[in-house]
Design a protein around this ligand. Structure first.
Ligand code: ADP
Ligand code: MG
Length: 321
């Protein structure tokens, strides 16, 4: 059985925090259950002696928060998107801290778990700013969409049917680096579990006045690659809701992949096997991590994190097989 390596960045997918059928109630049983299950896996990895940094998504949570901003705007001013992302980092970080501390305690461990509000640097000239693609927040009617376009300059896209088919779309620029990288490194070296890059991190740009947040979102898997590479982690483990990365996904010809080289993965990526909004960024993050010197990236199901690190589950991407 393979030893669990020293330093691991673990990216948690949306359903680690809330099962798809849930509506995001923080104290609801299914959400608690999902969190507890994820936390137990991570506690086991820590118990085996690994250093762990956690990252996580925030899609449903930031969506809900944007709806609250929208509904309450007559009473209090809505916060901009960068502030909302930071708010969800605190929200989810808190829930993860609590779940992981309990799971560690069950094993007699008292590893400190610390959430870091994280900024991620993006390039203001990133072509993504000219072409917003990522849907966020509430659904709008055509009339509301028109109004928001006029009054706020939002980009809106028709994404569904029915009475409210429009959603705001925001740019998803490439992450260049993690601003709090040194802080996270020091926490890890001091024996803490750091939770960082929540929701892909708050996107910021450099200005003559210092860093400033922008109305965009960063993909959490790509941000996790930046952090894992900067920390010199050996493994990037991306946990989601499928067992393995597949070719011809969701067709009768589906083939699950166990192990592939970064070069093979890149070829499949370019052939369009992995869609942009879901598996695409995971495979891209995995390929980049390995190309940037990481030992291996593993994409696996949330419930099989430990087995995935032992090479018994998930899809492993390496430089050479
Ligand atoms: P997360 O919240 O973990 O980031 P996503 O929904 O963004 O999860 O991405 C995981 C999803 O990607 C899976 O649920 C699966 O439906 C989808 N998917 C798309 N293409 C593939 C593929 N080729 N192999 C495996 N899963 C795929
Ligand atoms: Mg995703």
């Amino acid at each position: 059985m393979n030893r669990i390596p020293d330093r691991i960045v673990i990216a948690l997918g949306g359903n680690a925090l809330a099962p798809p059928e849930g509506r995001g109630e923080a104290r609801a049983q299914p959400q608690r259950q999902a969190l507890r299950e994820s936390a137990r896996q991570i506690a086991q990895i820590l118990a085996e002696g690994a250093e762990v940094v956690l990252t996580h998504g925030n899609g449903p949570q930031v969506g809900h928060l944007l709806i609250q901003q929208e509904e309450a705007k007559r009473w209090v001013p809505p916060q901009p998107l960068d502030v909302c992302v930071a708010m969800t980092q605190g929200q989810i970080g808190y829930l993860l801290q609590q779940a992981l501390e309990s799971a560690l305690k069950e094993r007699g461990l008292a590893t400190p778990v610390v959430t870091v509000v994280t900024q991620v640097l993006v390039d203001p000239r990133d072509p993504a700013f000219a072409e917003p693609t990522k849907p966020v927040g509430p659904f709008y009617s055509e009339q509301e969409a028109e109004e928001l376009r006029r009054t706020k300059g939002y980009a809106l896209k028709r994404v569904g049917n029915g009475e409210r088919p429009y959603r705001r779309v925001v740019p998803s620029p490439a992450p260049l680096g993690v601003v709090e990288e040194d802080g996270v490194r020091r926490l890890v070296e001091a024996g803490c579990v750091a939770i960082a890059c929540g929701g892909g991190g708050v996107p910021v740009v450099e200005t003559p006045r210092g860093l400033e947040g922008v109305e965009a979102v960063v993909d959490k898997d790509l941000a996790s690659e930046r952090l894992a590479t900067a920390l010199g982690a050996e493994t990037l483990l991306i946990l989601t809701d499928v067992e393995r990365v597949a070719l011809h996904y969701d067709t009768p010809q589906q083939v699950d992949l166990e192990c592939l080289t970064a070069e093979e993965a890149r070829r499949y990526l370019e052939a369009g096997e992995f869609p942009p909004g879901s598996m695409g960024p995971k495979v891209e993050a995995a390929v980049k991590f390995v190309e940037n010197g990481g030992k291996r990236a593993v994409i696996a199901s949330l419930t099989r994190a430990v087995e995935a690190l032992q090479g018994r589950a998930g899809t492993t991407i390496v430089k050479v097989k």
